[in-house]
Design a protein around this ligand. Sequence first.
Ligand code: 5GP
Ligand code: ZN
Length: 124
Amino acid sequence: MSAHPVDHDANCLFCKIVAKQIPSRMVFEDDEFYAFHDIHPWAPVHFLIIPKRHIPSMAHLGADDVGLMGRMMALVPVLALQEGCNPYPQGGFRLVTNTGAEGGQEVQHLHFHVMGGPRPWLRG
Ligand code: 5GP
Ligand code: ZN
């Protein structure tokens, strides 16, 4: 049995996106992760990577999640280049994970923001 009984939250916006109940512009999908373009991009490239499992935030991670989070992080440079970020070091990207109200988190399903592309950006 899973250590995480709540794999899907029917009221969660990003769970609905994973289930394709709400449309999104997909960047990547496998068994564990879904990536899609942010609806309000800050930068020429701005997409989100989420675990398909409903994890509300980074504050909810435990020792069981180390492998999952490592695989999620390893996706970042691969998808950044795929989506048009320029190569390091002249290019690169920004990785952001807002956590909790004071961390600026608006959607309560763990997500990485990956932003990149030529400056200036709209924000950041
Ligand atoms: P947070 O503030 O929680 O870190 O970021 C949530 C992000 O989700 C925001 O950048 C916002 O633009 C994005 N977002 C919110 N609703 C939707 C949606 O329905 N579709 C997509 N693609 N992005 C969304
Ligand atoms: Zn969710």
